[in-house]
Design a protein around this ligand. Structure first.
Ligand SMILES: [Zn+2]
Length: 511
């Protein structure tokens, strides 16, 4: 072989190696830099956060606030020049509920405002009322019956289950270097059932009168309202009446109240000191938005064969009504909207189509994502596959608070591990390295994992979630804008890599 031939041969081998590398890697550092430039240099996170939490406000499913949120999201995504942007119906949600007026204060033994919020889908008062509070302490139905004839026009409370204990746990923490080193290498991350939950279960089984029984009894007796103990330190965790959205009339007014104000009433009454309250509450059911919708938008893929395949991202846009759903889940919504903006604006090539879905009805049982999956992907009743079953490569979800992304959960699909080791390579300077095979649930990714499609949740720094979610204090302030910028760069990169990966991501074997 002459020298020239030899050199030529080397060049050919190099080109082969390079082209092999390009196929295997399926992403370029140049593109990832473009994504970074958009995410950190041109971020919309703050503006989106103000608009969704402060301007749109609370977003209870079935209500006008959520309708406004979906319309705002759709219009904002249209402004990013996305395709197929629409509000897509997923089924009947039932009735919405609106709070028009809420005033409550303690009148006796002294005047003081109380921190509380009515439960969704419960009723009101006819104008301003002054009412005595009755402590109903009944472990059995027989004991409950001893209150017959004593509750007309009264406000009912029950003994509280737990004393508040001082907590030495920080409200927020970041992963330490030591924790990152240890992560996944010790079995302690597979937690046993929470002993507190086991204890509660045992107690509720021992307790002979259910919440619903108490509610029915109070309603039949003509009580004015029920107050429940919910939240502490000035926060109120809000809930809704489970059945309320399918009823024609509002049920008995039920109010959630922060522990300090609730427990004081219990202690006063226990000592024979009369407690009376002033309240004026007006709530109503609405029918206008009973059809549930999700917000959908796409960036079409460009590869001849792969463009019909899809990488999905999503978060739920509904919230509870006491706050403005800052971390649960405005942070997820604005993050995923920002990812779409970054991918579009940076102009990086996407072989597969990328689709965003902003789900509704999540807080009432993942209703929007379930409805969408049933329509397009898989019918859970008949076990029939839908038209998109073979098309979706992966779904990325964000609903675990505002903390920056440290890694990913593989949800019992270890075949994904080498792929994410490779995907994480250009993300190590953003602190992304952890891979866990755990399968945490609690949000819309569950619907995809159920049918074997990789549905991802992220490992994140733990920030303010426990105290904040579902409460009156889940507001703009709970959102860490810097953390979300990092998360936007990370998710946009992973979506870009997934969209350009040679194959769809491997699916897990279903039992
Ligand atoms: Zn949530």
């Amino acid at each position: 072989m002459s020298i020239t031939k030899f050199l030529r041969a080397i060049v050919v081998i190099k080109i082969l190696l390079l082209s092999h590398l390009v196929v295997a890697q399926s992403y370029s550092y140049d593109d990832i830099q473009k994504i970074r430039n958009e995410a950190f240099g041109n971020s919309s996170i703050r503006e989106l956060a103000v608009q969704l939490t402060d301007a749109v406000g609370p977003r209870l499913s079935g209500g006008k606030g959520l309708h406004n949120a979906c319309t705002w999201a759709k219009e904002t995504l249209e402004g990013y020049n996305l395709y197929n942007t629409k509000l897509e119906p997923w089924g009947n949600f039932g009735k919405g509920w609106e709070m028009e007026k809420f005033y409550i204060a303690m009148k006796q033994p002294y005047y003081q405002p109380l921190i509380a919020v009515p439960q969704a889908w419960t009723g009101g008062t006819s104008g301003l009322q002054i009412a005595d509070v009755v402590l109903v302490d009944a472990n059995t139905e027989e004991m409950l019956l001893t209150y017959s004839g004593k509750l007309q026009g009264k406000v009912v409370i029950t003994p509280f289950e737990k004393e508040l204990e001082v907590s030495f746990e920080p409200l927020a923490s970041r992963f330490t270097d030591e924790e990152i080193d240890k992560f996944g290498k010790s079995p302690e991350f597979r937690a046993d059932p929470d002993p507190y939950m086991l204890e509660r279960k045992r107690k509720s089984q021992a307790y002979g009168v259910s919440r619903q029984q108490l509610k029915d009894f109070c309603e039949a007796e003509g009580a004015l309202a029920i107050i429940e103990n919910s939240g502490s330190f000035g926060t109120v965790r809000s809930y809704g009446d489970r059945n309320g959205r399918f009823l024609d009339e509002l049920g008995i007014l039920t109010i959630d109240m922060t522990h300090e104000h609730y427990a004081r009433m219990v202690r006063l009454i226990d000592r024979g000191i009369d407690v009376s309250l002033e309240l004026d509450v007006k709530n109503r059911l609405i029918d206008d938005y009973s059809e549930g919708v999700n917000v959908i938008a796409e960036i079409p893929g460009v590869h001849k064969k792969l463009k019909d395949e899809v990488v999905m991202i999503g978060a739920h846009i509904d919230s509870w009504h006491a706050g403005t759903g800052g971390n649960d889940n405005a942070s997820g919504v604005i993050l995923m909207m920002e990812v779409m903006r970054i991918l579009k604006q940076s102009g990086v090539k996407l072989d597969r189509t990328v689709r965003i879905a902003l789900w509704t009805g999540e807080e009432q049982g993942l209703l929007g994502s379930k409805g969408w999956v049933e329509k397009h992907v898989y019918n859970f009743d008949t076990n029939e596959k839908g038209p998109e079953y073979d098309k979706i490569s992966a779904y990325y979800n964000f609903d675990y608070g505002t903390g920056r992304i440290k890694g990913i959960f593989l949800h019992d699909n270890l075949a994904l591990k080498p792929i994410f080791q490779d995907f994480f390579e250009p993300l190590d300077d953003l602190g992304v390295s952890l891979i866990s095979n755990r399968n945490p649930g609690g949000s819309d990714h569950v619907m995809f994992n159920r049918i074997g499609i990789p549905g991802f949740a992220f490992i994140q720094d733990r920030i303010d979630y426990g105290r904040g979610y579902h409460t009156n204090m889940d507001t703009f302030e709970r959102i860490q804008l810097g953390d979300l910028k990092q998360a936007a760069a990370v998710v946009a990169t992973l979506v870009y890599q997934t969209a350009n990966f040679p194959t769809k991501l491997p699916r897990k074997q279903l039992p």
